[in-house]
Each structure stands twice: as structure tokens, then as C-alpha cells.
Design a protein around this ligand. Structure first.
Ligand code: HAM
Length: 427
């Protein structure tokens, strides 16, 4: 049998898999909570294509970034270079510009939920197809209150998901005013220590010196700690922005750590960069990453637009949700209808149709099984209740509704069954 592509996964009902991040009930719980957070904070949904012109990411995320190098890219039949999206910020900014949303009064607050593609080395929490939930706040304002409110929303969402063991790491990486001078000094300091650094750092020293700060190799750490810190080289407007952002976090009672080496892996960021890490995740412990990207729109050839947002790996959120939060019964059917003999089948089909019309999840035995076998099926699919249609039931219009966990049985009429079972499900 042909198997799935490396680094991808199937998400299934929990009764078919014990792998937490492959259980659909967990995904639904996370998505529902995220949508609720977005509703409360006034975000609207956007869906952009999975394929985009390669150039969008080449210019957007930067040609020397890992994300760009990990893209799935192909030449279309007409020769146009197309990529599977590795992230959604550049596509959302493209769509914002393409649909003239800059004419809107006020901020445009968008959210998305969808798959992204990066050809990374797969490991726990790292896939080649993974899902992101993210938001982008776009408009003419760069008020630090935007950053603070988005992080307040994330605080609410993580709490709702029961993910409590997290750290919020923040940094400011400056702007076009103050960063070039910093990068020059950084490069100089890196070259002074070049011999002691790992191969990757040596490569990046030339192509993307900021990312040297991000290196996780143990033997580099002592040297990296000595490098000049970007948040100590900020120009006045950037420093003021960072101070106000921190004041607004403190005002909300949101704890944070300043992480001077947090630079993020995409070129479009300026000023605010942040990540939220989760304690239970292992090596791939970044649950959420984001930042400010004023200027990205112009890099893509659009109007000047200011932006701030984040994206979170859904698999990582799903893995971090404690079991106690998940209702693994949420997708199970309420009712299984079995028949005593062939003559009761047509009656069962009609009853099933009426119950569904009233909102009850009903599975009618379509396979014509003998009663005992049919009830074994009801058990194995986890139906909460079953009822059996025979001659007596058809005559009296009253059915023995059996609770499949307790074995308790009650004789009920159709309307009473509807009252008992209607809309019991969570999703
Ligand atoms: P990013 O840091 O590249 O940022 O990705 C955000 C999150 O996506 C990560 O923190 C992680 O949870 C998840 N993620 C990334 N790669 C993988 C992978 N291979 N497997 C599983 N999960 C993964 C961005 O993508 C930016 N567009 C975020 C942003 C939005 N910045 C501003 N607005």
C-alpha cells in the first residue's frame, strides 16, 4: 500500500489513534477556542491560496532565510515558478494590497487557519506539512497597543486551552534607522570570534549575521553571549516603542522575559519580535512566534502598510493541551438503531431520518446485521444509546432506549427520545 509522504500526518478520530497530535477531537477543541478568541477581539477570517508565486516569499521572507530554502517550489507548465506557502504573513499582506484594503478606515484585523509547507527534517513537533493559526493586524498605525492587545488575546487563548506552563519572550530588533549600524558592529564582533563558532554560524556571519544570535549549538553559546545586543543599540523611536509595549504588558499583568538574542527566522521583522515557548514540548518548543513587519508591503511592491501578527503551530498547541480539557466523546454518535428483522428496516430508515431532522446524531444499521452483531457495532463505535426496532416497537411507537455504558433501559416515545438526545454534542 502507498504510504503518506514523510513529515506529514493523518488526523483521525481518537478511537483510531493514540497519538495526541493526530486526534481530531483535540484539533477541533483548539480550533474552536482560537475562533472564539478571534471573535471576542474582533478578527475576521481570511483564506489565501496554498500556492503563491515563489517571488512573494523570496522577497517577503528573504532569500537567505531557512524558510525560503525549505520551500516546495516547482515550475508550472507555463514556466511560472510556484511555491507551496511556507507561511501566511506574506500572502495576507499580498491579499490586503490586491483587494485595496488600505482604503479601509481603521485597522484591518485578519486571522487564518491552514496548512503550511516547509521541507525541514521531521521530528517531534516539526512536520513538512503543518498547520498554523495566526493573525495579522494591518493599517496605518504602529501603536504598541496593537502588540499588547494581541498578546493579551494569546494569554486568554492559552489559558482557555489549559496550556499554562509557557514563557513569553520579547525583544526589539530595531528598524531601518538603527539596525544597519548594529549589524555592522555585530558582524565585526562575530568575525573576531569566527574560528570558535560552528559551521552554520560561520556561513551566516556573511549572509545573515542576525541569525548567528539564534544559534543553539552548545559550543557557540559562551561566544554568542559576548556579542553586542541589539536592544541596547536602538534609536529613540524604537526604544520608546519597546518601552511603551512593555508598559502595556505590565499594565495587563502579563509576565515576560526580554530575550536579547531573539531575532526570528524571517527577514520582514522590525522592532517587536516575540515568541511563546511551552515547557512540555521538547526541542521544538516554540508554540507561537510573531512580530512587527512595517515595510513588508512595500518590499512586495504595495502601498506602505504597518503590520503586526503571530502564527502558532496547531500540532504544537494540540500536543500541549492537557487531557482533562478534551472530550474524546465529542465526535461519537448518540444513537445506534438496530433492527430485529428485514421488515423493520424501512421503518428504521424513516425513524433515523426524522431523528436527524431534529438534530440527533443517528447511525442506522445499514448492513442488515443480526441483532447481536449490530449491538456489538454500536459498542465499538462508542454510541451512547441504542434502540432496537421490531414488530412491537412499530405497533406501539414506543422504543426501549438503552444506555450503552450503564445498560439502563427506558421505554420512550419518539418525541421523548428527541428531548433526551437532541444537540448533546459539543461540536
Ligand atoms: P514562524 O516562527 O516561522 O513564523 O512559525 C510560527 C510557528 O509555526 C512556530 O512557532 C511553530 O509553532 C510553527 N511551526 C513552524 N514550522 C513548523 C514545522 N515545520 N512543523 C510544525 N510547526 C511549525 C511565521 O510563520 C510567521 N508568519 C508568523 C507571523 C505572523 N509573524 C507575523 N505574523
Amino acid at each position: 500500500m502507498i504510504s503518506r509522504v514523510k513529515g506529514t500526518q493523518d488526523v483521525l478520530p481518537a478511537r483510531f489513534t493514540s497519538k495526541p497530535d493526530a486526534q481530531i477531537e483535540r484539533w477541533l477543541f483548539v480550533e474552536r477556542a482560537a475562533r472564539e478568541a478571534f471573535r471576542r477581539y474582533g478578527f475576521e477570517e481570511i483564506r489565501t491560496p496554498i500556492i503563491e508565486r515563489t517571488e512573494l516569499f523570496e522577497r517577503g521572507v528573504g532569500s537567505e532565510t531557512d524558510v525560503n530554502k525549505e520551500m516546495y517550489t516547482f515550475a508550472d507548465r507555463d514556466g511560472e515558478m510556484i511555491s507551496l506557502r511556507p507561511e501566511s504573513t506574506a500572502p495576507v499582506v499580498r491579499a490586503y494590497s490586491e483587494h485595496g484594503l488600505f482604503n479601509q478606515a481603521g485597522l484591518v484585523k485578519l486571522f487564518y487557519i491552514g496548512p503550511q509547507f516547509r521541507r525541514e527534517r521531521p521530528q517531534k513537533g516539526r512536520y513538512r506539512q503543518f498547520w498554523q493559526i495566526g493573525v495579522e493586524v494591518l493599517g496605518q498605525s504602529d501603536a504598541p497597543a496593537i502588540e499588547a492587545e494581541v498578546i493579551e488575546m494569546l494569554d486568554w487563548l492559552l489559558n482557555e486551552l489549559g496550556i499554562t506552563d509557557t514563557d513569553l519572550l520579547i525583544n526589539s530588533i530595531g528598524d531601518g534607522q538603527c539596525r544597519p549600524a548594529y549589524i555592522a558592529r555585530l558582524k565585526e564582533a562575530i568575525f573576531e570570534r569566527l574560528g570558535a563558532l560552528c559551521g552554520n554560524c560561520r556561513l551566516r556571519a556573511e549572509t545573515n549575521p542576525l541569525r548567528v544570535l539564534d544559534c543553539k549549538v552548545e559550543s557557540c553559546q559562551a561566544y554568542l553571549a559576548e556579542l553586542p545586543r541589539i536592544n541596547e543599540s536602538l534609536c529613540e523611536p524604537c526604544a520608546n516603542h519597546f518601552t511603551e509595549f512593555r508598559r502595556l504588558l505590565a499594565q495587563r499583568g502579563i509576565a515576560y522575559k526580554i530575550e536579547p538574542r531573539l531575532v526570528r527566522g524571517l527577514d520582514y521583522y522590525m522592532r517587536t519580535a516575540f515568541e511563546i515557548t511551552g515547557a512540555s514540548l521538547g526541542a521544538q518548543n516554540t508554540l507561537i512566534g510573531g512580530g512587527r513587519y512595517d515595510g513588508l508591503s512595500e518590499i512586495l511592491g504595495g502601498q506602505p502598510v504597518k503590520g503586526f501578527g503571530f502564527a502558532s503551530g496547531v500540532e504544537r498547541l494540540v500536543m500541549s493541551v492537557p487531557d482533562s480539557k478534551i472530550n474524546l466523546d465529542a465526535t461519537k454518535p448518540e444513537l445506534f438503531v438496530a433492527c430485529v428483522g428485514p421488515e423493520s428496516r424501512d421503518y428504521a430508515y424513516a425513524l433515523g431520518r426524522r431523528l436527524r431532522a431534529e438534530g440527533v446524531t443517528t447511525i442506522v444499521d445499514l448492513e442488515g446485521r443480526k441483532l447481536k452483531k449490530a449491538l456489538a457495532v454500536a459498542n465499538s463505535i462508542g454510541a451512547r444509546y441504542s434502540l432496537i426496532i421490531g414488530e412491537d416497537e412499530i405497533k406501539s411507537g414506543s422504543y426501549a432506549l438503552r444506555d450503552m455504558t450503564t445498560g439502563e433501559q427506558n421505554n420512550l416515545r419518539e418525541s421523548e427520545i428527541v428531548d433526551t438526545l437532541k444537540y448533546r454534542r459539543l461540536f
